[in-house]
Design a protein around this ligand. Structure first.
Ligand code: SIN
Length: 191
């Protein structure tokens, strides 16, 4: 698959007939909200694990020296991935498709809101699959932290991404051991 997913994402769902759409963010979409939204709610999706397994060539690294950013990796159906849901106008996806273009595809998922137990709502999430050209996959926590420590790209240092994500998850009260351990290693590297 090519790196740039803009055209594929446009064809995946035609959202133009909707008044609004729920977007689920689990990575930088939690702390860097550079798009308008109507409503914001804490939420989770089932069956996915957040992992620093996606290469970043355009934001937190370069094609020669990619950084590492999060994607979702399939997990047991009972596993919950916590994040933030935004109710947005469909035209916001123009901007989001550009921002998430390096390998992320839009998927439809069932969102569960934390402030309500009234079933689930359909939403859209951006996931970088293992078959996308920028996918890096698993590595030890030490290796991932080292790569993040040394990488930077047009959006800034890779460690800023990791630190801001860890801080945002903590503020929201979400416990993510993978994100926490990488940040612990990053702190050790900076001492
Ligand atoms: C997301 O935040 O939901 C997608 C991954 C990212 O942009 O960091």
């Amino acid at each position: 698959m090519s790196f740039n997913t803009i055209d594929i994402n446009k064809q995946r769902q035609d959202l133009s007939s909707y008044d609004d759409v729920w977007l689920f963010g689990y990575g930088s979409l939690i702390y860097k909200v550079d798009f308008p939204y109507i409503q914001k709610r804490s939420a989770y999706i089932r069956g996915w694990n957040r992992k620093f397994w996606q290469g970043s060539h355009d934001h937190r690294g370069t094609p020669q020296s990619p950084g590492r950013v999060v994607t979702l990796v399939e997990a047991q159906s009972t596993k919950k991935c916590f994040g933030v849901a935004y109710r947005v106008r469909p035209d916001v996806f123009e901007h989001l498709d550009h921002r998430e273009k390096n390998g992320y595809l839009r998927y439809e998922v069932n969102l569960h809101f934390l402030d309500s137990d009234a079933g689930c709502t359909k939403g859209i999430v951006y996931i970088a699959d293992p078959d996308n050209a920028a996918f890096l996959g698993d590595a030890s926590i030490q290796e991932i932290a080292n790569q993040i420590h040394h990488s930077k790209g047009p959006s800034g240092p890779n460690r800023e991404y990791a630190i801001k994500l860890a801080q945002a998850l903590e503020e929201l009260g979400f416990d993510d051991q993978h994100v926490k351990s990488i940040n612990q290693h990053l702190q050790n590297l900076e001492q």
